[in-house]
Design a protein around this ligand. Structure first.
Ligand SMILES: Nc1ncnc2c1ncn2[C@@H]1O[C@H](COP(=O)(O)OP(=O)(O)OP(=O)(O)O)[C@@H](O)[C@H]1O
Ligand SMILES: [Mg+2]
Length: 391
């Protein structure tokens, strides 16, 4: 799959951009703070309705525009897939009129259209598949578990249209159940009312655990040969899924087994949960670990090992998306070469060359071998605009 055309209005430092995205490899060179990352983030946002890292939605709208009477930001992309063409559009607008004076978080509404028809986020995600590589990927290995869950959820949502829908429903049910737990603790509700929410929570939650388990097993397998090569044969990488269900940690657990485990553990935790007013069991507490030669990289990995692990995982994810959807994802590489030694740099350039569309950013073209530069389209990014680069 590839993006034909990208249009941005008032998105971060892009006031008005219309850009025909080339097939193959494009390199975007520019000084610091010109809009290289913002360009890739715009594509990430079109694919997932999120940036690669969490930022408040209000920060996506150009800040000068936020002073205007009716601030908005618009992103659109036409996508060419092997089986169809798709036009995606997202418009961001503050929900209320009080945004100007407010220093509080401003609620931003996302209006999504797919082929001109108003849709929900879960209809959009999966239309444009991408994998974004960023210097921040290292946080995936050593950072908070929530980052890993978020990342895994985005990957799953891109390959399976049902995933995001079920995840959103799970989160809603979780919120309702937590609310009810607190009500019961204050004698405003009856424990019997929990049964309704428990059933739905278990069904949705078990399904999510099952999908996560499958995805992690696939990515773990795909990442092995990649990491073997990146580490010069010295390291064996494995992903280890730790669902927040003690009795379902076996990787061979079936959906039924997971449902049963979830049900039992939820029942066992009932009293404790009533005291705490919080659901303590379920995929919202899952953990994912990265092991090299059986050592946990989140805890013991050197920076270099964490970086290489993140790279292997991202390359494996791209392969995973390709095998699941039969469409090569668009690859976005934000300034990732600068932190790598020559060998790893060459390996990643070779690995990404086989994809249909690859967008890479850099401050410095010297980081690329000349034969690689020769096969790429080059652009200069300057102050929120893209110009053809010298060839
Ligand atoms: N909402 C916004 N409105 C206007 N400008 C913004 C907004 N959010 C971010 N910016 C600005 O956009 C500029 C470009 O940011 P970006 O991260 O894309 O730079 P970059 O070219 O990737 O730089 P670097 O080489 O340092 O990574 C920055 O100066 C940033 O402050
Ligand atoms: Mg940047």
């Amino acid at each position: 799959m590839h993006i034909e055309r990208l249009q941005l209005t008032n998105f971060r430092n892009y006031i008005e951009l219309e850009f025909d995205v080339p097939h193959g490899i494009s390199i975007f060179q520019g000084d610091n703070a010109q809009g290289k990352t913002n360009l890739l983030e715009a594509i990430c946002f079109m694919a997932t309705t999120r940036l690669s890292r969490s930022v408040p939605d209000k920060e996506l709208i150009n800040w000068d525009m936020m002073q205007q009477k009716i601030p908005f930001s618009r992103l659109s992309a036409s996508i060419n897939r092997s089986d169809r063409e798709v036009l995606l559009e997202i418009v961001l607008q503050p929900r209320s009129a009080q945004y100007q004076s407010s220093s509080f978080p401003i609620p931003i509404q996302k209006h999504i259209r797919v082929n001109g028809v108003a849709r929900r986020a879960f209809d959009l995600v999966g239309q444009l598949n991408m994998v974004m590589f960023s210097p921040r990927d290292i946080d995936l290995i050593g950072g908070e578990p929530a980052l890993r869950r978020r990342h895994l959820d985005i990957t799953n949502s891109q390959v399976d249209p049902q995933y995001l829908r079920k995840l959103q429903r799970y989160n809603k049910v979780l919120g309702q159940r937590n609310h009810l737990l607190r009500q019961i603790a204050m004698h405003h509700g009856h424990p019997d009312e929990l049964v309704f929410w428990d059933n739905e929570l278990v069904q949705l939650g078990a399904w999510i655990v099952f999908q996560r388990q499958q995805t992690i097993a696939s990515i773990s397998e795909l990442s092995k040969p990649i990491h073997d090569q990146l580490s010069g044969g010295k390291e064996v990488l494995a992903l280890h899924y730790q669902p927040n269900l003690e009795s379902a940690t076996s990787n061979l657990a079936s959906l039924d087994d997971i449902e049963q485990a979830f049900n039992e553990e939820l029942t066992a935790a009932r009293e404790k949960e009533l005291i705490r007013g919080q659901t303590s069991v379920g995929p919202h507490r899952d953990e994912l670990r990265f092991l090299i030669n059986n050592v946990d990289m989140g805890t013991y990995g050197s920076r270099g090992q964490q970086r290489t692990t993140a790279l292997s995982i991202k390359l494996a994810e791209a392969k995973f998306m390709l095998t699941q959807t039969e469409e090569p994802p668009v690859l976005l590489l934000d300034d990732v070469l600068s932190e790598l030694d020559r060998e790893r740099r060459e390996h990643i350039l070779e690995a990404v060359s086989s994809y249909q569309q690859v967008l890479m950013t850099t401050t410095d073209l010297d980081r690329f071998p000349s034969d690689f530069l020769a096969q790429a389209e080059r652009f200069e990014v300057k102050n929120g605009a893209i110009h053809p680069g010298d060839s």
